[in-house]
Design a protein around this ligand. Structure first.
Ligand SMILES: NC(=O)c1ccc[n+]([C@@H]2O[C@H](COP(=O)([O-])OP(=O)(O)OC[C@H]3O[C@@H](n4cnc5c(N)ncnc54)[C@H](O)[C@@H]3O)[C@@H](O)[C@H]2O)c1
Length: 387
């Protein structure tokens, strides 16, 4: 095991050459941190066309293991549809490759827990690319929120008119699963708080072009006692918010707001706030570029990244908790109960004995996601690429 040279670009295999796979390939083509050395898709013609349209000449194919080996890939970026994430992550990690996986990690928390066990088993890094954490104005907003004291409530609103034919328009919960997962993850980043329970109502407006529920409202209780109040719709024909949602926070010593783009505001209690409210907007890589840089830096340093698979389970639990509450007529769902039900489901579903043994060894799901994360003992990238 030899750490990758600081000056080298990490050779990565992109799996999934659809709309977002194309975004990743174009970004990687000019990245100083990684380079695309191969592209895999079930549809090999699509993989070849996406590679050609990015002006690249790299290996393509339908087998992750074969293309990774032939191309000398040392990591995988998984940009397949959510239903394929676990299978692709498993192939990669069993082949000795760390993975940066697009959100959502899996369709269910049970599938996510199976991937935590798989990461334990293989010792590979599995990080989820929650790319909306990486916005300079979100970081500035977080700094502002930290300066106004104990949080009372965080409100986020997301209203969009999204026309994206494909898997999204067929999903049961296109808002909560495909989009709110970003906002729920941003809440965890912004507040440094964790979800305890949720009540949710989800529905589909009569004019919606989505098959599933394109709209929802949800209230989460957080560990600190603060509340997160969320409303959203992907079928809103007017007055659209930023993709990042529109945020308002009320705290002990004032309030702060972010429009999801470049406007961060604060109104603090001047008497109580001797230090004042200040923030700096940094100039760091944003979106998928930001998450790629954190992934590569973690592989080089052995540091655990944000959204290493264990941490990301709680983001996914917010999504599934909201869906479960909606299915139960808005009843309060305890996130802890959801985690434990999901562990039982994960054990029942898991086909591989080695992964099932790890799941059964946990005293609880909470115990499983609290196990020492990748990076607690530095594990540099193997120089040989895929095994
Ligand atoms: N971070 C963001 O802002 C953002 C934006 C858009 C999409 N996404 C995520 O990116 C992922 C892909 O979305 P998309 O819009 O590109 O979908 P898409 O349907 O356009 O493309 C997915 C591709 O994956 C391929 N695929 C499916 N199963 C596979 C498998 N087992 N092995 C290899 N290839 C397989 C399909 O053939 C398809 O070409 C999703 O998880 C989505 O949520 C993230």
């Amino acid at each position: 095991m030899t750490p990758i040279n600081e000056s080298e670009r990490l050779p990565v295999l992109v799996v999934g050459a659809g709309a977002m796979g194309g975004e990743w390939i174009r970004m990687l083509a000019t990245s100083a941190h990684a380079e695309p050395v191969g592209v895999v898709d079930l549809n090999v013609d699509l993989a070849a066309a996406t590679v050609a349209s990015a002006g690249l000449d790299v290996a393509v194919g339908s087998s992750l293991v074969e293309v990774a080996k032939a191309a000398g890939a040392q990591a995988v970026v998984n940009v397949t549809v959510p239903q394929a994430h676990r299978v692709v992550n498993e192939q990669a990690m069993r082949a000795g490759l760390p993975v940066l996986c697009e959100k959502p990690l899996a369709p269910t928390v049970a599938e996510a827990l199976r991937q935590v066990a798989l990461a334990d088993l293989t010792g590979e890094l599995l990080m989820v690319s929650q790319s909306r954490r990486y916005f300079n104005h979100l970081a500035a907003f977080r700094e502002t929120v930290r300066s106004i004291g104990t949080l009372g409530a965080v409100h986020a609103q997301f209203f969009h008119e999204d026309h994206e034919p494909g898997f999204r328009e067929q999903m049961a919960h296109p808002l909560l699963v495909d989009m709110s997962v970003h906002h729920f993850d941003m809440l965890r980043y912004l507040s440094d708080d964790e979800p305890v329970s949720v009540r949710c109502d989800s529905w589909n407006p009569s004019w919606s072009w989505f098959a599933g529920h394109a709209a929802a409202t949800a209230t989460f209780e957080l560990a600190s006692g603060a509340r997160f109040i969320y409303s959203g719709s992907r079928a809103t024909p007017g007055l659209q918010t930023s993709w990042n949602a529109d945020w308002h926070v009320y705290a002990e010593r004032g309030a702060a707001a972010w429009d999801g783009d470049v406007t961060v505001e604060a109104d603090a209690d001047a008497d109580a706030d001797a230090d004042g409210v200040s923030f700096e907007v940094q100039d760091r890589s944003e979106g998928i570029e930001g998450s790629l840089e954190e992934f590569v830096a973690s592989l080089r340093s052995g540091r655990t990244p944000q959204n290493e698979v264990r941490t990301n389970v709680l983001t996914l639990a917010m999504v599934e908790g909201a869906i479960r509450s909606g299915d139960r007529g808005g009843d309060k769902v305890m996130i802890g109960d959801l985690l434990e039900d999901s562990l039982a489901q994960a054990i029942a579903d898991e086909q591989s004995d080695d992964v099932a043994d790890i799941l059964r060894s946990w005293t609880s799901a909470a115990d499983g996601i609290a196990t020492p994360a990748w990076g607690s003992s530095p594990a540099p990238i193997a120089s040989g690429g895929a095994r």
